[in-house]
Design a protein around this ligand. Structure first.
Ligand SMILES: Cc1cc2nc3c(=O)[nH]c(=O)nc-3n(C[C@H](O)[C@H](O)[C@H](O)COP(=O)(O)OP(=O)(O)OC[C@H]3O[C@@H](n4cnc5c(N)ncnc54)[C@H](O)[C@@H]3O)c2cc1C
Length: 562
């Protein structure tokens, strides 16, 4: 059994930023991650991070864009906090050594991004997440923070209403161990892999959210899933919004620049939900090709594409067989970002004592029903920093809880039972495929109640299959079959909350578009969906929470046009 004041689960940008801050207060911090920290999903972020650092811009304008982008359901106090902190957050990363792209005069370069009223997205070519992650990793190593690499947490241990730490599985050794901590901070990323096609890494299985939910924390707004307008047609791999920020057009199979019809002012740089719906409409009405429309970069020329979008060119060549210098790239809306997550206050605390969350796994609600591009990296850096700072201050005065050995034994038994099952049930991959396909087909860009019901009807079958699924691989070291099986329970739990949330919300708001309720209904639905696992009834319990407003007229719900 290991013991730390603070265990941070997840070594993406949120987790590492929190660790770098907390360690400054002299507390004993450790980080645990199921993949090597530098392979955390944050590494894939391409386009950039928002901050009003140009004197002609303002945090107020950024906050307004974010409130509007959220379709007026983001919590305004948290949004203001994020936008006020953004400048410092980015400049602090710059001081730590992040190699941002620069203007001629040496200032950090900024590009236009969707639904933003100013060019405020700071970037490092199309590798922004990677350079931020590497910068924080250097700081972590320098500070000597202990990192449990390639160890997957399987349980959040809650004892008498207090979280006492986590139980984890060392993927390299096949061993189960416990980490006792005064506070467990979850920075485990999103749940994109609930969908079969996603821009997300295979590790984005929402583990932290599902385990927190099982331990008694609440989840918020799970029905709001962002579909990115430019996932590659076959693989779903992302083409950054930066490509449109640099001037890329969207065209249909007839060569029409169709966004002139759907968002005459902002065109391709309208909010993501608006662009995704426009694309899907074009495809459904027969103006796509093989389920895709096209991102046209040809007019940018080879020089600009090579300089600003080198990774995009490479991905298009490797995965779609087209060179964007000469040929438009086939793209389609693809599951991308989890607006929902573990409900926290402005600092990262959940309703469970000893459990905090930050980054994509959390719902502090700065994104509401639709996240703006460039605001997620910001969310990780700002709220990671805030959680680290707050915990650094608080941990000294807290007592260390006891994580009972029985908690560790319970997880060992769970794994043994799974490994020892006869080769009769279905394989985990089959459950994943059926779930992912149903989510793709029935709970995506446009949601029809009959389709949502079809997805809902599948859940009991999948739950039954979870109890009998068997593993082909019985080995101890790097047993991927086992890991995928353990993640399946999380995916099914989260899918259920997304499906039920989508069925309950009888309006269209942001990324949640109900064909039978096409309008936003502020009177009845300007509120957060709160989901809690009811252990006695073995089901999901719903409640609703008012949006936190700050009383500014500018933030009052209005028609959202771009
Ligand atoms: C392709 C792509 C491009 C993007 N580009 C941008 C962009 O340009 N700008 C922007 O603002 N946003 C962008 N986003 C969104 C943004 O990258 C993510 O929201 C953000 O990086 C999430 O960071 P995180 O720290 O919350 O989690 P992640 O980076 O996902 O890290 C999660 C961590 O948790 C660990 N973990 C998970 N489960 C467990 C477990 N059971 N046990 C132990 N460890 C666990 C993982 O190993 C990992 O270290 C992009 C997203 C995608 C998919």
């Amino acid at each position: 059994m290991y013991s730390h004041d603070l265990i941070i689960v997840g070594a993406g940008l949120a987790g590492m930023r929190a660790a770098v801050e907390a360690v400054k207060a002299g507390v004993n911090v450790a980080v645990i991650s199921k993949v090597h920290p530098l392979r955390s999903h944050s590494c894939a972020a391409q386009g950039g991070i928002n901050a009003a650092i140009n004197p002609k811009d303002s945090w107020e304008s950024h906050a307004y864009d974010t409130v509007k982008g959220s379709d007026f359901i983001g919590d305004e106090d948290a949004i203001e906090l994020m936008c006020k902190e953004a400048g410092n957050a980015v400049l602090e990363m710059d001081r730590m050594g992040t190699p941002f792209s620069r203007l001629e005069d040496g200032l950090i370069a900024q590009r236009p991004f969707g639904a933003a009223s100013f060019d405020r997205t700071c970037y490092a070519a199309d590798r922004t997440g990677q350079v931020l992650l590497h910068t924080l990793w250097e700081q972590l190593v320098k500070a000597g923070v202990q990192v449990y690499e390639e160890c997957q947490i399987l349980k959040i241990s809650e004892v008498d209403g207090q979280v006492a730490g986590v139980v984890a599985y060392d993927i390299k050794k096949g061993e189960v161990f416990g980490i006792q901590a005064k506070v467990t901070l979850l920075c485990t990323g999103g749940y994109g892999r609930v969908f079969l096609t996603s821009t997300n890494a295979t590790a984005s299985t929402g583990d932290g959210m599902a385990l927190a939910y099982r331990a008694g924390a609440t989840l918020a707004d799970m029905e709001f899933v962002q579909f990115h307008p430019t996932g590659l047609r076959y693989s779903g791999i992302l083409v950054t919004e930066g490509a449109r920020g640099e001037g890329g057009y969207l065209i249909n199979d007839e060569g029409d620049r169709f966004m002139t019809k759907y968002a005459p002012n902002k065109l391709e740089l309208a909010s993501r939900d608006v662009v995704a719906r426009a694309e899907q409409t074009e495809i459904l009405e027969g103006r796509g090709r093989d389920g895709a429309i096209f991102l046209d970069l040809r007019h940018l020329g080879a020089k600009k594409i090579n300089e600003r979008l080198p990774q995009v060119r490479q991905l298009a060549r490797d995965l779609e067989g087209v060179d964007p210098v000469y040929t438009p790239i086939p793209v389609r809306p693809t599951a991308h970002y989890s607006m929902g997550g573990i409900r926290t206050d402005k600092y990262g605390a959940t309703i469970l004592p000893g459990l905090w969350a930050a980054g994509e796994s959390a719902c502090v609600s700065v994104h509401g029903a639709n996240r703006l591009g460039g605001n997620s990296l910001l969310d990780t850096i700002v709220f990671g920093y805030i959680a680290g700072r707050e915990l650094g201050d608080k941990l000294g005065g807290m007592d260390m809880p006891t994580l009972p050995e029985s908690e560790v034994q319970g997880v060992k038994d769970q794994i043994s039972e799974l490994m020892d099952r006869p080769d009769k049930g279905v394989r985990p991959a089959s459950i994943r495929e059926r779930l992912g396909e149903a989510m793709n087909s029935y709970v995506s860009v446009f949601r029809h109640p009959d389709n949502i019901q079809k997805a809902s009807d599948l859940i009991p079958t999948l739950r039954q299959d979870l109890t009998t699924m068997h593993l082909d691989d019985k080995s101890k070291v790097f047993n991927v079959d086992l890991l995928r099986a353990l993640e399946m329970q999380n995916l099914v739990d989260l899918a259920e909350t997304i499906i039920a949330g989508a069925m309950n919300r009888t309006e269209s708001r942001g990324a949640h578009s109900r064909v039978d309720f096409p309008d936003r209904d502020d009177e009845n639905w300007r509120k957060h969906t709160i989901t809690k696992w009811d252990n006695d009834a073995q089901t999901t319990a719903f409640s609703y929470e008012a949006v936190r407003t700050v009383g500014k007229d500018a933030y009052k719900p209005a028609v959202r046009s771009y």
